[in-house]
Unconditional design. Structure first.
Length: 237
């Protein structure tokens, strides 16, 4: 049997960091790696209060039943441009659980590059998927991130994410998700200095491998945006 709880590895290898809270294009990603899988996805997140928007495109493909790679690029709307380059990132997923297990677990490794003298990023994340019954599942992640290069901030940045979803008989999936950014291990700060978001989500399959996800994240702390509207379009093969 493969490793079920890689927490010691996660602790020992705590790398990685992320930019300050902004439009959230992240997801509660599963550890599941299926041989032969490949897909692409477009994501957009919009904050109506600041009129800021981020757009992301990624492509992923499995190498076998345990490993999958993904590449993605993101642009954002700023005061100077509607499509300012934000970052490029490469990721490697490694599923550690057995195929068909009720509790599936794995790791994801990230490497991010930016321009304009901004620091890069390395990341190591522990991700879990628990199938509660035939149609209901829960996912939860522990994420560690760290800046690298010129202008790198001190400490390891810590995040958690989780969601709970139920698939209806029609195939539509409804649920809720939560994102928590605690800040750097040098100083986590008070709750309102961290970014905490919570909100509903719905995923609608539209046939032939296409699906659409829509969600709304509401800020629970002062440092988080009050509202974050999100839309994803996915094509799986």
């Amino acid at each position: 049997m493969k490793i079920l709880f890689p927490m010691l590895l996660l602790t020992a290898l705590t790398l990685v960091a992320q930019s300050a809270p902004a439009q959230n294009t992240g997801g509660v990603f599963p550890p599941n790696v299926n041989e032969g899988h490949h897909s692409w996805q477009y994501r957009v997140a919009f904050d109506p209060d600041s009129d800021r928007m981020a757009q992301r495109v990624h492509y992923q493909q499995s190498l076998n039943g345990d490993l999958m790679w993904r590449v993605l690029g993101q642009v954002r709307k700023t005061d100077d441009s509607d499509t300012d380059f934000d970052f490029f990132q490469a990721e490697l997923f490694w599923e550690l659980s057995d195929d068909g297990a009720r509790w599936r677990t794995g790791l994801r490794f990230d490497a991010r590059v930016r321009d304009r003298g901004r620091p890069g990023l390395l990341g190591l994340h522990w991700t879990n998927h628990v199938q509660l019954d035939e149609r209901t599942r829960v996912r939860f992640l522990a994420m560690t991130l760290a800046d690298v290069g010129d202008g790198a901030r001190d400490g390891v940045f810590v995040e958690t994410r989780a969601d709970l979803a139920h698939r209806l008989a029609s195939g539509v999936e409804i649920g809720v998700e939560m994102y928590n950014r605690y800040g750097s291990t040098r100083d986590f700060g008070a709750f309102n200095e961290q970014s905490h978001q919570f909100g509903p989500i719905v995923t609608i399959p539209t046939g032939n491998g296409w699906s659409v996800l829509a969600g709304l994240l509401l800020g629970l702390s002062d440092a988080a945006p009050d509202q974050d509207y999100r839309l994803w379009v996915t094509r799986s093969y």
